[in-house]
Ligand binder design. Structure first.
Ligand code: ADP
Ligand code: MG
Length: 401
């Protein structure tokens, strides 16, 4: 069986690594330590840019930062990913981002971009220089948003240290702004909201239009359920065109329906939509419209019946992405089908598609069985072995020490 970050990730290790790295950098002990989690999306895919609903949760894998103040007005960042520190005067951040961001090594644009976005959000704040050392247990590029984790850890640490008094939504916005403008990645705000607002055994029901967020209890532990991530290892590098085509189809569909976004189309409107648009556009629209409804149904079902009852919604979400939105790949379909055949309550691909990971809701006792079945199904199809691990809905960003 192939389990990389199996079970509970070793949080102590990443926290220790951040502190050790800080000591190496400065020769001193850090003043404080903060961390923020990665996230997985339980349901609600390609609904975010349609002003719709998503339902992610923060995971136990976290990015840790050790912090110390310095008196020269400069900010220095270092990571176990790249031990070469990057340093700049805080006063120079405004000239750097976004115009000259290419001068900074990509990973450092995340924390420096957050510092820049926070200073723009709270320009009156009296800020000191800062040293930041990062270490993480969030796998990169597995669709678990290591980017939101480093943004959240930075935002939380600087908000406290600089006494900015920004709330969690403002910190999430700063993270998104860093990712969009300092890094240059055109992403939504779901990841940052999940990383900031997560709670143990809970999901974040987010309205991407109003940014209203509700913490919804999942009740997994009480139901004896766990969430498995099956990372196919298939990269979505070739997805750029496909992603753009899907977004364009959604915009076209909304325009034909005469609404600002597909969020404003209901399941009852679909019969009319089918008359008005070509077959492919209609199927794209149908995915988004039914997926929005499935998010609402998932939240209601959790409240009324508990997590064992949401399996069919997860399965329907996968079918919709496979057949209507056409963003699945054979590895993801295999992961879902093999999980279900081995007794998973529900399973679906998660993330943008064209590769990445699937998520499966599985009874605790069936984890080994489902894992073995997926590994065997991949081998039988000649696919490279997947990486399989559990993710535990966990607390959002905050101070640890
Ligand atoms: P993901 O799906 O993991 O969020 P992204 O491409 O959005 O993938 O973000 C990954 C990038 O974020 C990394 O390539 C790196 O530049 C940056 N990053 C994430 N975590 C860290 C870390 N602990 N230290 C330094 N850089 C990090
Ligand atoms: Mg990311």
């Amino acid at each position: 069986m192939s389990t990389a970050a199996a079970d509970a990730p070793n949080a102590t290790t990443a926290a220790d690594q951040a502190r050790d790295l800080f000591r190496e950098l400065t020769g001193t002990t850090p003043e404080g330590a903060w961390s923020a989690p990665g996230r997985a999306n339980l349901i609600g895919e390609h609904t975010d840019y349609n002003d719709g609903f998503v339902f992610p949760f923060a995971i136990a894998h976290r990015t840790h930062v050790a912090l110390g103040r310095r008196d020269d007005g400069r900010i220095r960042v270092v990571s176990t990913f790249d031990p070469v520190p990057v340093e700049i005067a805080l006063a120079d951040l405004d000239a750097l981002f976004p115009a000259r961001r290419d001068e900074i090594v990509e990973w450092a644009r995340y924390p420096l971009g957050v510092a820049w976005a926070l200073r723009q959000a709270a320009p009156a704040a009296d800020v000191t220089g800062i040293d930041l050392a990062f270490a993480s247990s969030v796998p990169v590029g597995a669709g678990l948003s290591s980017s939101a984790a480093i943004e959240g850890a930075t935002a939380s640490a600087l908000n406290d240290t600089w006494n900015l008094g920004l709330d969690r939504v403002a910190l999430a916005r700063a993270g998104r702004r860093a990712e969009n403008e300092a890094v240059g990645a055109p992403t939504g705000i779901m990841d940052q909201m999940a990383s900031m607002l997560g709670e143990a055994d809970a999901g974040i029901f987010l309205d991407c239009r109003s940014l209203d967020a509700q913490v919804i209890e999942l009740g997994l532990a009480a139901a004896g359920l766990e969430l498995l991530v099956i990372d196919t290892g298939v990269t979505h590098a070739h997805s750029t065109g496909g992603y753009g085509e899907r977004r364009a189809a959604c915009e076209r569909g909304a325009e034909i329906m005469g609404v600002p976004a597909l969020r404003d189309v209901s399941v009852a409107d679909l019969a009319r939509a089918e008359q008005l648009m070509d077959e492919v556009t209609f199927r794209r629209v149908r995915h988004v419209v039914t997926e929005n409804q499935r998010v609402l149904d998932t939240v209601r079902t959790l409240r009324e019946q508990g997590p064992t009852a949401i399996g069919d919604l997860l399965v329907a979400s996968h079918a919709s992405m496979r057949d209507d939105f056409e963003i699945s790949v054979p590895e993801l379909d295999t992961a879902v089908e093999a999980s279900l055949a081995a007794g998973a309550v529900g399973a679906r691909m998660t993330g943008g598609g064209f590769g990445g990971a699937a998520i499966a809701l599985v009874a605790h006792d069936l984890i080994p069985q489902v894992t073995d079945a997926v590994v065997a199904a991949f081998a039988a199809s000649g696919f490279a072995p997947p990486t399989i691990f559990t993710v535990t809905p966990s607390a959002g960003a905050g101070r640890d020490a």
